[in-house]
Every structure is written in structure tokens, then in C-alpha cells.
Ligand binder design. Structure first.
Ligand SMILES: Cc1cc2nc3c(=O)[nH]c(=O)nc-3n(C[C@H](O)[C@H](O)[C@H](O)COP(=O)(O)OP(=O)(O)OC[C@H]3O[C@@H](n4cnc5c(N)ncnc54)[C@H](O)[C@@H]3O)c2cc1C
Length: 364
């Protein structure tokens, strides 16, 4: 049996490792555009220069797994075609291509490895007092703005967003606002209409819905809201966001040989998160292993416990959540918040590398 895993992020890596550990006779092939595992949860550190987000894939994958560096262009009937013109047959496929970022022209994408590299290079070129505008008030935007503010206190940092920290409890939102103020990060609550680039490729004026123009030397787009078009392009049933529609076992409703996991899968109630992707990858592998051995299979079930964000290296916030991902009143901030976030990042990577990962069952 041959299993092809498309995408070596959190979901794809844990799936490949679990399969390799349990299926001695199967050939496991991982296809990924680079020979590195990218900890996307550290991309803001990559940008600010306070940490690296990459690890050689060879250090993340079990022995015996074949790696094909490249991208899958299309999924066909029992075969994938790759961007180098080759193709790979499969008995089973695990699609774990994550999410992507579609910035407005004039902005640099924060949520992808290539975007982070570009943003890092631009940041290094900025003189003191230059203005960096981060667009997006969710965890990615807040983490990016605070990481840069801590690494480059000589810059002027601003967040532009329709809402700020909307997934947190009111108390936690107040805490985040107070920390942003302490770090001299200005918050502008408005919607971006366009970015008027003034001859520079990634700076210019950010034009808001209200008509206000915000001059910026660098504009960073920290809204991660889209998924690669691979599933849609390959004729798999997708939802309005392009995420592949799956059954309770995380199999594509179009082709049961294909599992879809992580950000690119349309699982009800699932948020874009490694906290979501890692359990889904693990579960898909477990299901395939049990099917191969003729055992019964169970539907996927997962509940959330919390949401963590860093506010630079020294501060952070851990928001406790109910299993349906709604915030509780309880949160931890400050140094302990930072340490909690760091532990969560490390556990996610450990889980993908060792295929050893535990999660809560879903809400009753
Ligand atoms: C700055 C930042 C901070 C974050 N912080 C947190 C956090 O604190 N907690 C949390 O839970 N989540 C966080 N996230 C979200 C989290 O990183 C993602 O939800 C998670 O990475 C999704 O995992 P995945 O396995 O689905 O996809 P990914 O990790 O994105 O991996 C997908 C892989 O597929 C590859 N790929 C894409 N297309 C193809 C193709 N056609 N062929 C082959 N390979 C392909 C990609 O290159 C990539 O290697 C953060 C994200 C960002 C950007």
C-alpha cells in the first residue's frame, strides 16, 4: 500500500509519522515545497529576528518515510501530479496543505514562510522612527506587532483592524489593550480599503473605510483567511471558503480514499490552529491504520481548552476556553502567559515529530 501525504505542516507530519510507526508494509511519501518543517506559530519571531521557525524535515520525520520536495498541482483518480511534471500514484492520500494569506497589493503576508522572509528583509532595512502598520487584530496580528515592537523599540508600530482580540473574553481583551499601550503600539479600529503604494513596494498610505490615510513605511498583512485552491481545482467538494468537505472520519465526501486535515478541511467548529490540525492529522492516520487492519473506526471528536498568544518574548496571554472554543472568564497573562504560549508551541512540534499527542474530546 502507498500513502501520499501532501503538506508537511503540523497535520501532515504527525499523520506521516503515525502511519510509518504502525504500518510496516506501507510506503509513506511526503510531498512538501521545502525540505524544512515550518513552525508557522513562530513566523512572527522569524520576522522580528527573535527566533527561527524552521527545522529540517529529516529531523521531524520517522525513518523510512520518503520525501519529495515539490508541490502537488492536481489530485486525480488515484494519482497526484506535481509541479515538476512528475506524478505519484496513491492507494490513500492525506491532504494537509494548510491555509494561506491573500494580502492587498502593497502589503507583505505574515502567515506564510516566504512572506515572513520578505518581511524580515524589509524590517532590517527600516531606519529609526519608521512606521510599520500591521493589518489584522487577531492573534497573528497582535503577536506580530508586539514581537516587532519588542525587537525594534525605535520603530513606530500600529495595528489596523475592524476588531481587536475578538476571540478573547472582555477581561483578556482589556489586558491585551493595556499591554499594547505599554508597548507604544497604536490601535486603529477601522477597515482597510486599499494600500496606496508611493513608489516603494511595501509601504505607502493605508486608506481606511473612514477615508483616513495612514502613512506607513512597511505594511504587514496578518489576516490568515484563505486556503490553497488544490482541493477545488481537483474537483473535491469544497465549502464557500474553499475548504474540502469531509465526513466524520475526515475523508473527502468526493473520494473516500482521500483524507483532508488541518486548516484546509471543512470540519464544523474548527478554527485555523495547530491545536486543531495536529489532532486531525493524528486521527486520520489512526483511522487509516484501523481500516488497513480491518478494525472498526470512530468519528473525529475534538474540544478546545484554550487560546494562547505571545506579546513579545516576556509577556503573553493564555485564555481558557470551553470545548466549543468560546472563551471563559479565566485567563493568565504576563510572564506566565508567555511561558504557557512557549510550552504550547513546543508541545505542538513535539506532537508532530513523535506522533504522540493528546487532545480533549469534543463538547457534549
Ligand atoms: C504567526 C502565526 C501564529 C500562529 N499562532 C498559533 C497558535 O498560537 N496556536 C495555534 O494553534 N495556531 C497558531 N497559528 C495557526 C497555525 O500555525 C496553523 O493553523 C497550522 O499551521 C495549520 O496546520 P496545517 O498542518 O493544517 O498546515 P500548515 O502548518 O500550514 O502546513 C501546510 C504545509 O503544506 C504545504 N503545502 C501547501 N500547498 C502544498 C501543495 N500544493 N503541495 C505540497 N505541499 C503543500 C505548506 O508548504 C506547508 O508546509 C498561527 C499561525 C501564524 C501564521
Amino acid at each position: 500500500m502507498r500513502v501520499v501525504v501532501v503538506g508537511a505542516g503540523y497535520a501532515g507530519t504527525i499523520a506521516a509519522n503515525r502511519l510509518a510507526k504502525k504500518l510496516d508494509d506501507a510506503q509513506i511519501i511526503v510531498v512538501n515545497p521545502r525540505a524544512e518543517f515550518v513552525e508557522r506559530v513562530r513566523l512572527h519571531q522569524q520576522i522580528a529576528g527573535s527566533g527561527s521557525a524552521t527545522t529540517p524535515l529529516a529531523d521531524m520525520l520517522c525513518e523510512g518515510i520518503d520525501v519529495h520536495v515539490g508541490s502537488v498541482d492536481k489530485i486525480g483518480d488515484g494519482e497526484v501530479s506535481l509541479d515538476d511534471g512528475t506524478s505519484l500514484g496513491f492507494d490513500h492520500l492525506i491532504v494537509a496543505v494548510g491555509s494561506t494569506v491573500t494580502p492587498l497589493p502593497g502589503a507583505v503576508a505574515v502567515g506564510t514562510f516566504e512572506g515572513a522572509q520578505l518581511a524580515r528583509a524589509r524590517l532590517l532595512d527600516l531606519p529609526a522612527d519608521a512606521v510599520v502598520t500591521v493589518i489584522g487584530g487577531g492573534p497573528t496580528g497582535i503577536e506580530t506587532a508586539t514581537e516587532i515592537a519588542e525587537a525594534r523599540p525605535d520603530l513606530q508600530i500600529r495595528i489596523v483592524a475592524a476588531t481587536l482580540a475578538a476571540t478573547l473574553s472582555p477581561g483578556a481583551q482589556r489586558r491585551v489593550r493595556a499591554d499594547l499601550e505599554q508597548m507604544n503600539i497604536q490601535v486603529v479600529e477601522d477597515v482597510v480599503r486599499e494600500i496606496r503604494t508611493a513608489g516603494t513596494s511595501f509601504g505607502g498610505a493605508v486608506v481606511l473605510q473612514s477615508g483616513v490615510e495612514v502613512p506607513s513605511d512597511l505594511v504587514l498583512w496578518a489576516i490568515v483567511a484563505s486556503v490553497p485552491e488544490l482541493a477545488a481545482r481537483s474537483g473535491l467538494q469544497v465549502d464557500t471558503h474553499g475548504r474540502a468537505v469531509v465526513d466524520e472520519h475526515l475523508r473527502s465526501v468526493t473520494d473516500p480514499r482521500i483524507f483532508v486535515v488541518g486548516d484546509c478541511a471543512a470540519v464544523p467548529g474548527a478554527r485555523f490552529a495547530c491545536a486543531t490540525a495536529t489532532p486531525q492529522g493524528a486521527h486520520a492516520a489512526k483511522t487509516l491504520i484501523r481500516m488497513t487492519k480491518g478494525r472498526s473506526i470512530k468519528g473525529f471528536s475534538m474540544g478546545y481548552a484554550g487560546q494562547a498568544l505571545s506579546l513579545g518574548r516576556r509577556k503573553g496571554l493564555l485564555q481558557a476556553c470551553r470545548r466549543d472554543d468560546t472563551p471563559r472568564r479565566i485567563f493568565i497573562s504576563g510572564r506566565i502567559g508567555a511561558m504557557s504560549k512557549e510550552s504550547i508551541n513546543r508541545y505542538a512540534k513535539y506532537g508532530s515529530r513523535t506522533a504522540n499527542y493528546a487532545w480533549l474530546p469534543g463538547p457534549r
